[in-house]
Design a protein around this ligand. Structure first.
Ligand code: NDP
Length: 332
């Protein structure tokens, strides 16, 4: 459970474990769905809790279960679209069993020949983010020079593989030697570098992109965004997906090189995955065959037991996750 509202990066002490046996059931006449949670997803957006705001989900609220994405099995349903035994992914709570009233966020899982945990990552919200951001915002084409920051995360590893499948030249940055090795040797990136070993991001990007960058898929913001701006080619595109380097700063770092948007006629566009879920069926049709044919790989950072959740969530903000971070509560 969450202790209180939080503002900024969560700490393990912001959460505590509570054991209670409550008899959950779907209230008479309600459209709620009672589920057993199988996999919980740790995602950076969960830090943006603060106090409740109209129209926004509050992920942390005093003495309430943490709210987040997960994969669950339906035990009972008052909703006509869901039946006992269905597998679903969507917004649930960090509990072994949840009564979900926000059923509009639930997607039924029809394809179970792939790991179910994938619906927290490559086949869930982060996958949709990669798909909508890369194809929808970046206007990619064969031969483009593509740079992705936080490239070994839940979103980044997929963006890089989409770009490779299209025939782009792809470079990613990540925060350790091991992550860099995996990007190059397992996920097919042309090059990768450890940004923590670079003092001058501009020089690093010039080394990997002597001819400049056509597409920058930005997951981190701040100084990396500033350096990327200096290296964009004419008519380059920047998809502003996330700014994880800024989330814990009291004052956000200023970006000084915006003039390059003009010089190089760059299009820089932010996006929210929630605006793109209508593309989910099309996304599945694209990505499932790639997974089945082994054309796309996906690395997950798996921990077992709800008690591992707080550390797994907090670890996202220091890069402790090695791939998409998932907490396993139960097999089906
Ligand atoms: P990740 O799985 O990539 O986990 C976060 C990673 O960020 C860490 O593993 C770490 O990797 C890196 N990181 C942490 N702190 C810093 C820092 N100060 N500077 C640079 N890198 C840092 O997360 P996701 O793939 O799920 O999300 C990627 C980004 O996309 C996030 O910014 C997230 O908020 C955003 N997002 C946006 C969505 C949208 O709709 N626009 C939807 C989903 C996510 P490393 O070891 O490489 O440092």
């Amino acid at each position: 459970l969450a202790r209180d509202y939080i503002d900024g990066i969560p700490k393990e002490s912001d959460m505590y474990l509570s054991t209670a046996s409550t008899k959950l059931q779907v209230p008479e006449g309600s459209e709620a769905v009672l589920v057993k949670n199988l996999y919980l997803s740790c995602d950076p957006y969960m830090r943006g809790a603060k106090k409740p705001e109209p129209g926004r989900i509050t992920f942390f609220a005093p003495n309430s279960p943490v709210v987040g994405y997960g994969v669950s099995k339906v035990l009972a349903s008052g909703h006509p679209d869901f039946r006992e035994g269905d597998l679903v992914w969507g917004i649930t709570t960090w509990e072994e069993y949840s009564l979900i009233t926000r059923t509009e966020s639930l997607f039924k899982i029809h394809h179970t020949d792939v790991p179910l945990s994938y619906y927290t990552g490559i086949l869930g919200m982060p996958g949709m983010t990669a798909y909508a951001g890369f194809y929808g915002i970046c206007s990619p084409k064969k031969g483009d020079f593509v740079y992705i920051s936080s490239a070994f995360g839940a979103v980044g590893q997929l963006v890089g593989q989409f770009a490779k499948l299209l025939g782009c030249y792809v470079v990613g940055s990540a925060g350790s030697k091991e992550k860099v090795e995996i990007l190059k040797n397992k996920l097919g990136f042309d090059e990768a570098f450890n940004y923590k070993e670079e003092e001058d991001y501009d020089a690093a990007l010039k080394r990997y992109f002597p001819q400049g960058i056509d597409i920058y898929f930005d997951n981190v913001g701040g100084k990396m965004l500033d350096a990327a701006l200096l290296n964009m080619r004419l008519h380059g595109r920047i998809a502003v997906c996330g700014m994880i380097s800024q989330y814990d700063l009291e004052e956000h770092q200023g970006v000084r090189n915006l003039m390059h948007l003009i010089y190089q006629r760059i299009r820089m566009e932010g996006f929210f995955v929630y605006d793109h879920y209508h593309l989910y069926p099309e996304f599945l049709e694209t990505v499932l065959p790639y997974i089945r044919q082994g054309k796309i790989d996906y690395v997950e950072h798996i921990t077992h037991g709800i008690e591992t959740g707080p550390a797994a969530l907090v670890g996202l903000f220091s890069g402790l996750n090695f791939g998409k971070s998932v907490v396993v509560l139960a097999q089906e």
